[in-house]
Design a protein around this ligand. Structure first.
Ligand SMILES: *Cc1c(COP(=O)(O)O)cnc(C)c1O
Length: 402
């Protein structure tokens, strides 16, 4: 058997939508992108969403909408993918990285509270693997530090405290206390990259909660300007009879979504409930097989939250880096592709060059050392799920508790 890590789940419905866009004569941002934005907003339970060409673009443009830049500080976790942090560098703000908790992949909230200064503008929590963070804790921290907050534009003033902007790249469809991710943090940024649960090949969406005193249409328009050259009219508006003229209001960026890929998203939207349910089923089988062996797994489903089931992160207590490598190789020999989520950012050249040192992130390192991520996707058959279970149990048995 050959089991890839995370192939896209594409059916004729997606192909049909793409063909329709291609045949329509309108292939860049247009009706399909706008329709997907409405569907994403409706799905998340918010009034507005913006679709761009990646989660990274959504996060960066959100920071720009928020007026975050030089002289500001933005805090995120050391245990994540680079995109959670690199966007802070893109806008010229100072990146602050926090270690994980001792027994969890979430950031250490005590250290988070201690890291907040008068310059802190945004916190970027990560709903890792699709499991929502402890938002009660995060919001109570930003409330308790309200006196330090120094707003520098209208939107910062309207929010009146540090802004919570979630990296929800993994968490489309996840829920926390009956609310969908996308409607919990002040801003949330989803990824529709090829390996994610819900894909448009490349793409992403930003959602936000209504902000008192801030007009949603103005906010939406700001994203449009920032993501399309600062051009006062988009391509579709310019096709109106005689409406050729436009202004450039800022020398801005180019990261809009095309209707070709929005079509993929519209088809995925119709199938997505079923895809989430299938992920839940597979996770249930994995959990039943692995927990009794002492393999630690994420708590994807509980009374308080429902995960989007994006990554099946496992931890084998006590193994070394070498043993972790051996297990991944043995799984590969059986045709099963595994991965590691994540090598902490302070171990990466780019972040070392920024002055971060893994010695300051002992908990993240301990998590990284014995983490293995198993294939979890909706192309897996029941037989393949069993095959992964049998082989992982067989291989891990020789390492666990030794
Ligand atoms: C995939 C991913 C991103 C980036 O998403 P893109 O759409 O590729 O920009 C950001 N954060 C995390 C945690 C991710 O896994």
């Amino acid at each position: 058997m050959k089991i890839p890590f995370s192939p896209p789940d594409i059916t004729d419905a997606e192909v049909e939508q793409v063909a329709e866009a291609l045949r329509s004569g309108w292939i860049t941002t247009g009706p399909k992108t706008k329709e997907l934005e409405h569907e994403v907003a409706g799905f998340c339970g918010v009034n507005r969403a913006v679709c761009l060409n990646s989660q990274t673009a959504c996060a960066e443009m959100t920071l720009r909408v928020l007026g975050v830049g030089e002289g500001d500080e933005v805090i995120t976790c050391a245990y994540t993918y680079t995109a959670s942090a690199s966007v802070v560098c893109h806008v010229g703000a100072k990146l602050v990285l926090i270690d994980t908790q001792k027994d969890s992949l979430e950031m250490d909230y005590e250290k988070l509270a201690d890291a907040i200064t008068e310059k802190t503008k945004v916190i970027i929590p990560i709903d890792l693997g699709g499991v929502p963070c402890d938002y009660d804790r995060i919001f109570s921290i930003v409330e308790s530090k309200k006196h330090l907050f120094r707003p520098s534009n209208d939107i910062q003033k309207a929010i009146g405290r540090i802004i919570v902007m979630t990296d929800a790249a993994h968490a489309f469809g996840a829920e926390w206390r009956g609310k969908k991710v996308g409607s919990i943090a002040d801003f949330s940024n989803f990824s529709f990259h090829a390996v994610k649960n819900f894909t448009t090949a490349e793409g992403g969406a930003a959602t936000w909660k209504d902000i008192e005193g801030i007009d949603n249409e103005e906010l939406y328009h700001k994203y449009q300007l920032l993501s399309l050259h600062g051009q006062s009219k988009d391509a579709l508006a310019k096709t109106q009879l005689g409406a050729w003229e436009y202004d450039i209001v800022g020398p801005w960026y180019k990261c809009n979504m095309t209707d070709v890929v929005a079509g993929i998203g519209l088809a995925q939207m119709k199938r997505y409930k079923g895809l989430l349910a299938r992920r839940k089923e597979i996770i249930g089988r994995y959990d039943d097989a692995f927990k009794p062996l002492g393999i630690e797994v994420l708590n994807h489903y509980a009374d308080e939250h429902q995960s989007s089931g994006h990554l099946y992160i496992t931890r084998i207590p006590g193994i070394t880096l070498e043993q972790r490598h051996e297990i991944i190789v043995k799984m590969a020999e059986k045709g099963i592709a595994c991965n590691v989520h994540y090598k902490p950012l302070p171990m990466m050249t780019a972040y070392k060059n920024l002055g971060f040192d893994i010695k300051d992130y002992p908990n993240a390192y301990k998590r990284f050392e014995n983490e293995i991520t198993l294939p979890l996707h909706t192309k897996l058959t029941d037989e393949e799920v069993e095959y992964v279970i049998e082989n992982y149990c067989e291989i891990v048995k020789n390492y666990i508790g030794k």
